[in-house]
Design a protein around this ligand. Sequence first.
Ligand code: GCU
Length: 330
Amino acid sequence: MKKILISLLVVLLLLVSCSKKEAEESKPLLVLRYGDNQPEYYPTTRAARYFSQIVEEKSGGRIEIEVYGDGKLGSENEVFRMLEYGGVDFMRLSIGTLSAFYPEFEILQLPYLFSSSDHMWRVLDGEVGEYFLSLLNGDSIGLSWFDAGARSIYTRDQIETLSDLKGKIIRTQENDQMEAIFSLFGAETIQIPYGSVYSELMKRTIDGAENNFPSYIYTGHSDVAKFVFLDEHMRLPEIMIMSRKAMEEISAIDSDLIYIIYEAAMEASLYERQLWKEEEEKAKRDAIKNSCIITYPTEEELAKWKEAVSPIYDELSPEAAEMVERIRLI
Ligand code: GCU
């Protein structure tokens, strides 16, 4: 009897130690954080979760990436600062935010730079895109590009011509070049974080803002500023980045894991682009359903808008002007 009891105890102990080992083995070696200021169902946030899933699978569960959408980690600007000192590991951000920290990126936010979405992707998928990604190689590392469509102006009162914008208070992203562009259009400008635009529209401290269709709909700005002037003044790409600290921690586990990160970022980019096309169309339809009025400027009117911002191009450094020329020829 005593022998049987002892054997049972041994079996029990073995079982307990095995399951403990299994639990330890299935626990990730590294848990990292990814921030996005867009809501959970927005294309970029969905692509972030896709990225996280691929990394988890391909790393055999060694790396887990927790995705925080909806600006839960802070505003885009704040999260970028945190990422630069390693407080956040990954994020997706607009070039409009990044260029305030890295002015080399201002070239990509020049008004009417890209003639179409295809043109922008030919540029970003080629050597120029590679070059800009490689500029981020310090505290943050550039991984892949995301689509964010074209941005247009939306206001509480209808805008039909350039002169209608004169004196209107328009929110811009938090960067000076962006403000300069809207001043050239004749607007009064104010830099406000994305998350505060809705309340400022409600309080009437601003007359309007500018963004792509999905942002216009997802934020509810379309409930307050009902008039869209489809000037498509810029196609502003977005970028997925990683902190240097995260890269070092990942490499310390296994240097091959870095390739998995790059691959997953590229797959997430392709996935996001596909989602983007669907969402952009859907958001436009939703705007119309929501009785927003879209004004399509004539070629003649648009020429005036382009002319208004031409001083921005005249003031470029020779190197920047050369890059613009290169982009235009692609
Ligand atoms: C887009 C972009 C955001 C950005 C916002 C803005 O919606 O996806 O990342 O913060 O523009 O205008 O600030």
